[in-house]
Design a protein around this ligand. Structure first.
Ligand SMILES: C[S@@+](CC[C@H](N)C(=O)[O-])C[C@H]1O[C@@H](n2cnc3c(N)ncnc32)[C@H](O)[C@@H]1O
Length: 244
C-alpha cells in the first residue's frame, strides 16, 4: 500500500505526480470494483473483458499464468480450472494454483514449466517500467519472445494465448511474427486498460508449433518470409533446439 510519508524523499514535481497517481488510483472504478470483489488487482478486469470477447479459457482447463503477481489473473482463472503461476515476486496462496517463484528467462524455471502441457498460456508480464517508451517496448518484446518459446513447448495444439505488450518501433513486426503460430490473431485494448497506457494485448487462438518443425526439417522454408521475420524465426529455432 502506498504511504504518503514516502513523498518526503521525492522532489516537489515527483511528489505532485505521485500524489496525482494516488488520487486517480483510489477513484478508479476498476480499483473500487476489485476491492469489492476481493480481487488482488484491477488487472483482473482486463482478462475478464478479453475472455468475454474471445472465449479464451473454458472450465476444467489447465492454464499457465506468466507474470502472475499479485495474482488477480490466477484468481479469476482458478475459479474454473487449474493454474500454474510464475513470477519473480511472491504470490500468496490461491486455491487450485501452483505457484513457482522465479524468472521465466531462467533455464531451470523453463525446464520446470516444460514438464507440463497447457490449454491456455497467459502473459501479463512487464518489465519494471522506466518511462522511456522505446526501452520499455524492447524489454517487453524480450519477455513476449520468451513467452512464445515457452508456448512452443507447453501449449497444446489449438490452445489459446493472451499476452500483454507495449506499442513501439517493433510492434508491427512482433504482431506479424507471433501471428504465424495461430489460426486467429488479434490486437486488443480492453476497456479497463487505461487509454493513456501504451499497453495492448495479443490474443491468439488455435496454436500450432508445426512451423518450427517444418523449418527444422527444411530450412528452405524460411526464405518465403521477409528478412526480419526470417531472423526472428532463426532465433526462435536456435532457442528451441537448446531445449531439445
Ligand atoms: C502487471 S504485473 C502482473 C499482474 C497480474 N496479472 C495480476 O493480475 O495480478 C507484471 C508481473 O510480471 C512479472 N515479471 C516481469 N518479468 C518477469 C520475468 N522475467 N519472470 C517472471 N515474472 C516476471 C513482474 O514481477 C510483475 O509481477
Amino acid at each position: 500500500m502506498f504511504k504518503f510519508r514516502n513523498l518526503y524523499s521525492l522532489s516537489v514535481s515527483s511528489q505532485k505526480k505521485t500524489k496525482r497517481w494516488y488520487m486517480e488510483h483510489i477513484n478508479d472504478f476498476y480499483v473500487k470494483e476489485s476491492k469489492r470483489l476481493q480481487l488482488r488487482s484491477r488487472a483482473a478486469f482486463k482478462l475478464m473483458q478479453i475472455n468475454e470477447k474471445y472465449a479464451i479459457y473454458k472450465p476444467n482447463q489447465y492454464v499457465l499464468d506468466l507474470g502472475a503477481a499479485p495474482g488477480s489473473w490466477s484468481q479469476v482463472v482458478s475459479e474454473k480450472g487449474k493454474v500454474m503461476a510464475i513470477d519473480l515476486l511472491e504470490v500468496s496462496p490461491i486455491q487450485n494454483v501452483k505457484f513457482i517463484q522465479g524468472d521465466i528467462m531462467d533455464k531451470q524455471i523453463m525446464n520446470q514449466i516444460r514438464q507440463h502441457k497447457f490449454d491456455v498460456v497467459l502473459s501479463d508480464m512487464a518489465p519494471n517500467v522506466s518511462g522511456e517508451h522505446e526501452a520499455d517496448h524492447q524489454g517487453i518484446t524480450a519477455l513476449n519472445q520468451t513467452a512464445l518459446l515457452l508456448s512452443t513447448f507447453t501449449l497444446k495444439t489449438n490452445g489459446n494465448l493472451v499476452m500483454k505488450t507495449f506499442v513501439g518501433s517493433e510492434e508491427k513486426l512482433n504482431y506479424d511474427f507471433f501471428r504465424l503460430f495461430f489460426k486467429e490473431f488479434y490486437r486488443e485494448k480492453p476497456l479497463s486498460s487505461k487509454q493513456e497506457s501504451s499497453e495492448l494485448f495479443y490474443v491468439g487462438k488455435g496454436f500450432s508449433s508445426d512451423l518450427i518443425r517444418e523449418i527444422l526439417e527444411n530450412t528452405e522454408k524460411l526464405y518465403k518470409y521477409p528478412e526480419q521475420i526470417q531472423n526472428r524465426l532463426k532465433n526462435l529455432v536456435i532457442d528451441y533446439k537448446m531445449f531439445e
